[in-house]
Design a binder for this molecule. Structure first.
Ligand code: NDP
Length: 510
């Protein structure tokens, strides 16, 4: 069979006769300004990169589907969950968090686990991580936290002092730090890890009754993690190992899948619950809120172009469909702003038109018009305002979230239960981890925290001690710290501990 060659053209469809020799005055140049093809080619090349994501810069993605396996209509009226057997197309992006676009997939870091369901009621984004909790519970702390995970402003190097200084001054991080420094902080691949909503979300049914839910995507491949040594070796030998693994497994038709479970609390149960269900540093213990299986997610198609589908993929936790609502979780509320805002900056005001982000199974009928890169028909000649009497799209009355109560004094309220911050980390250390898990956890912490200043090591080890004395004692032993000093710091209030471990003291007279 003869392959018919396509004609090379400029971006505007004009045939190109020569793509190897620039237009020059004589065989040795110089190049003429009127080589429009060359100018167009160089100018476009100069603009190939879009801003890197501030977080989650390195990632991999795939398409697939979700299949509902349980009837949950008594909890939510979301149509994609309305029938057993119903399938919904989706796109998933996995990522590391702190590293740049070229950084190693094996880095010790949480993994992003972002799912976009293309439902018939619009796109539903569930933008989670591979950990059920997070380091902080107030979005005001987020930029500072991320600065400490990135590079020192002077040296442009990752900085263990910044990293541990912030965490040791932020005790609410202890639960997530314990997960991060277990081997779950270095998953073997993206296929061998769970995904969690981490936040609490609201579900409401057709009768307007509501429930609080947390999502858990449990990997059907089984959990597999890297040891510290394996992770370090892979960072050098194959920094893209998880990206490669995901692509190859789908290419080889070995489709990865996850079972979706949810934990559900009624408002009455939530009221009496011993944990603040809107505090993202806490889980809901399984024994108290047993997870129920509701569906399966399968990834079975690789993107045909990485930039088009993965680099330009844009998720926002605020994109919820009827039947699903947000919760008062402060971090969630902050993310609802920050994700959309980031995409406006990275991709422009019309990022919702990029195919991977556009609704696939629902029409988009908004009155938003114009702006950079408006590449569709821009509403043609239809009305661009509401209300109108020219047949423009109208709101669906009765489809909105039922009204809900809010109360309380406006103020900058600290968490009301700070002493609980250590309990779940302690349970994880004592009851969930095996002996091997604990050995690796201690080794991983000592390896990393050992690079920070001693006063920071002491402050952080005091937090481990508060989670569990054995945990603190073993880290202190590994770091050769004076356990007496660790115990003394653990017995202090947060303010006293900070004061006792300052690097720079401001003179009284200042
Ligand atoms: P359970 O014993 O019912 O559940 C423990 C959970 O811990 C399991 O889901 C297990 O996940 C997970 N796990 C096992 N090893 C690790 C590890 N090294 N790092 C992080 N998670 C791990 O206990 P509870 O529900 O009472 O929770 C106890 C503690 O378990 C919590 O304080 C929390 O730290 C952790 N956990 C709890 C989760 C929850 O939603 N309740 C979710 C994840 C962790 P798997 O089944 O995949 O092995």
């Amino acid at each position: 069979m003869k392959i018919r060659k396509k004609t090379l053209t400029t971006a505007f469809g004009i045939p190109v006769a020569d793509d190897q020799n620039s237009l020059t005055a004589g065989p040795r140049g110089p190049v003429l300004m009127q080589d429009v093809h060359l100018l167009e080619k160089l100018a476009h090349f100069d603009r190939e990169r879009i801003p890197e994501r501030v977080v989650h810069a390195k990632g991999a993605g795939a398409f697939g589907y979700f299949e509902a396996t349980t009837n949950v209509t008594r909890y939510t009226k979301a149509r994609f969950l309305s029938e057993v057997g119903k399938r919904t197309d989706l796109f998933v992006r996995f990522s590391t968090v702190g590293g740049e676009k070229g950084s190693a997939d094996s880095a010790r870091d949480p993994r992003g686990f972002a799912v976009k369901f293309y439902t018939e009621e619009g796109n539903y984004d569930l933008v989670g991580n591979n950990t059920p909790v997070f380091f902080i519970r107030d979005p005001l702390k987020f930029p500072d936290f991320i600065h400490t995970q990135k590079r020192n402003p002077a040296t442009n190097l990752p900085d263990p002092n910044m990293f541990w200084d912030f965490l040791s001054l932020t005790p609410e991080s202890i639960h997530q730090v314990t997960i991060l420094f277990s081997d779950r902080g270095t998953p073997a691949t993206y296929r061998h890890m769970n995904g969690y909503s981490s936040h609490t979300f609201k579900w409401y049914n057709a009768r307007g009754e509501y429930f609080w839910v947390q999502y858990h995507f449990k990997t059907d491949q089984g959990i597999r993690n890297l040891t510290r040594e394996e992770a370090k070796r892979l960072a050098g030998e194959d920094p893209d190992h998880a990206t490669r693994d995901l692509f190859n497994s789908i290419e080889n038709e070995d489709y990865p899948s996850w079972t979706l479970e949810v934990q559900i609390l009624t408002p009455e149960q939530a009221r009496d619950f011993r944990w603040d269900i809107f505090d993202i540093t806490k889980v809901w213990p399984h024994a108290e809120v047993p997870p129920i299986q509701i569906g399966k997610m399968v990834l079975n198609r690789n993107p045909r172009n990485y930039f088009a589908d993965v680099e330009q993929a844009a998720f926002c936790p605020g994109n919820v469909v009827p039947g699903i609502g947000l919760s008062p979780d402060k971090m969630l509320q902050g993310r609802v702003f920050s994700y959309h805002d980031t995409h406006l900056h990275r991709l422009g005001p019309n990022y919702h038109l990029i195919p991977v982000n556009a609704p696939r199974h629902a029409p988009e009928n908004s009155y938003q018009r114009d702006g950079f890169m408006r590449v569709d028909a821009n509403g043609e000649g239809g009305p661009n305002y509401w209300p109108n009497s020219f047949g423009g799209a109208a709101p669906v009355t009765g489809d909105s979230e039922p009204p809900f109560d809010l109360s309380g004094q406006a103020g900058r309220h600290p968490a009301s239960h700070p002493n609980d911050d250590f309990e779940q980390a302690g349970v994880l250390f004592r009851k969930v981890m095996t002996d091997v898990d604990r050995d690796h956890l201690i080794g991983n912490i000592v390896d990393h925290l050992g690079k920070a200043q001693e006063r920071i090591q002491l402050r952080q080890t005091a937090l481990f001690y508060k989670a569990d004395p054995e945990y603190g004692r073993r880290v202190a032993e590994g770091l050769k710290l004076d356990i007496g000093k660790v115990k003394a710091l653990a017995g202090m209030s947060q303010e006293e501990r900070t004061e006792a471990t300052l690097a720079v003291r401001v003179p009284e007279s200042a």
